[in-house]
Design a protein around this ligand. Structure first.
Ligand code: AMP
Ligand code: MG
Length: 453
């Protein structure tokens, strides 16, 4: 938390890329704008928490430009592999970037939208977001933040008074516009589009832009960029696993080159450690199942390497790509130790503990959140019998990284399984009752406090 208020530090760095990278667009003119969620904690980190509700709605529902940043919304161009099929008809079809600024740690951040209207990339889509989709994105992002997963944050959700038709929701259904705070919206698919267009100058430019603005590094070496992306995405994959999170749609257009997770559609938290657990009902092959996420992300990063091959020889790219597994392993170990609430010992001991934990979680079928709640700090209760003996013994040799004095530890584990998501949505749908949502966000943040270093 900042000790003094963060000032608003606008940027318009995206314009440096030139107009081949985006298209200026206008927001939809919504029949109404009803503020439903404002994330003042995130807003404080970019200096916009002092806006009144009216100003907030004008900026985040009507998209009046914020001072000294982008003069108008820009829909970004990108391609990508969707479920392994190349699609050159993507791009921001229901969103845009409309502001950039530095956050309290100096990172370049984007404000991007979801549901803000049609763009040249909408194809047959209406450019809209359902209110339920927006509520689900709030819940996902709050949970991921609490569980230490690098993620976009939901800054704002405004209901917009339209009636939408969707195959996966009882229709007509309510509409909303969401604003997300993201450490860039440069995707693997942004590079793929340039490679597809054989735009070598564009590729070089985007490499330099990404290194300079998102990684604070000089130069324009594509191999260096790939190496950095491998590190960040391996970490992201590891954190997904420790959180029990299933993103659902790990297409290459949904992978940010900063390794920050974003774009939450059919996500779920896995109730138990079941590698085959799948989030998206349309993912018939289980391509993006819980246990296949590291492999899926690695495959996406390989597509970045394929794109970069146009401007650099392939050998060093392959070498960088081959580091994904070796870098994933220590990351997943650290991520699981973090959730266990214990301090790292040495690599071999740590790895044995983590492997024993995964094995016991898988074979016992114990709830993931229940287990980590009970184990936090290293003292696994006696009620954990076979197959937990090895884990209990191993854990006993570890120091807690934090004690259990926080009030969270005297309650019940906070989780976010699908039944609860629906139970939070129902009162909004039936009675416009937002209390359960706000109560859940408070409970999630309470867990986040208990887990935080
Ligand atoms: P996603 O699966 O959300 O990552 O979206 C894939 C592509 O479909 C992106 O180009 C989106 O902008 C576009 N898209 C998704 N939903 C809509 C919609 N309702 N209207 C227009 N475009 C959409
Ligand atoms: Mg997307």
């Amino acid at each position: 938390m900042p000790t003094r208020p963060q000032v608003y530090r606008p940027e318009a760095t995206l314009l440096d890329l030139g107009d081949g990278f985006f298209d200026p667009v206008a927001p939809a003119d919504f029949p109404e704008t009803r503020l439903r969620f404002r994330n003042d904690r995130a807003a404080a980190q970019i200096g916009v928490d002092t806006l009144t509700d009216d100003e907030w709605t004008r900026h985040f529902g009507r998209f009046a430009p914020l001072p000294d940043t982008l003069p108008q919304p820009l829909a970004l161009r990108y391609h990508g592999h969707q479920f392994r099929n190349y699609n050159p008809d993507l791009g921001d079809g229901r969103g845009f970037t409309f502001a950039q600024m530095r956050d309290e740690s100096g990172r370049l951040m984007d404000l991007g939208t979801k549901g803000s209207g049609q763009t040249p990339w909408s194809r047959a889509g209406d450019g809209r977001l359902t209110l339920k989709g927006g509520v689900r994105e709030i819940l996902a992002t709050e949970m991921l933040e609490a569980l230490n997963v690098p993620s976009s944050r939901t800054l704002s959700l405004i209901e917009t008074g339209e009636h939408l038709h969707r195959g996966d929701e009882p229709s007509p259904t309510r509409s909303a516009v969401l604003v997300r705070l993201n450490h860039s919206h440069v995707r693997i698919g942004s590079f793929q589009r340039l490679a597809y267009e054989r735009d070598e100058a564009g590729l070089r430019k985007l490499v330099g832009y990404t290194l300079r603005n998102l990684y604070d590094e000089d130069g324009d070496d594509p191999v260096r960029l790939l190496d950095l992306v491998v590190g960040r995405t391996a970490r992201l994959a590891a954190r997904y696993m420790a959180a029990g999170f299933v993103h659902g749609v790990l297409n290459s257009d949904n992978i940010n080159v900063t390794g920050e997770s974003f774009d939450y559609g059919p996500w779920r938290f896995a109730p138990t450690w079941d590698p085959a657990f799948t989030a998206a009902y349309f993912d018939h092959q289980g391509l993006y199942a819980f246990g296949r996420q590291p492999e899926a992300i690695h495959w996406d990063v390989m597509q970045l390497a394929v794109a970069l091959r146009q401007i650099v020889e392939s050998e060093p790219l392959v070498a960088a790509l081959d580091q994904f597994g070796p870098r994933y392993q220590p990351e997943v170990t650290q991520a699981i130790l973090w959730r266990l609430g214990v301090r790292s010992r040495d690599p071999d001991t740590d790895r044995d503990l983590v492997q024993a934990t995964e094995r016991a979680l898988r074979t016992s079928g114990v709830g993931i959140d229940r287990f980590f709640f009970d184990a936090f700090g290293g003292e696994l209760p006696d009620t954990y019998a076979d197959p937990w003996t090895e884990v209990r013994t191993a854990l006993a040799s570890y120091e807690p990284r934090k004690d259990r004095s926080h009030a969270y530890w005297s309650g019940e584990p906070c989780s976010m399984l699908i039944d609860e998501v629906e139970a939070i949505w129902s009162p909004i749908a039936d009675d416009d009752d937002w209390t359960p949502l706000h109560a859940k966000v408070a409970a999630i943040r309470n867990m986040g406090d208990a887990l935080a270093e």
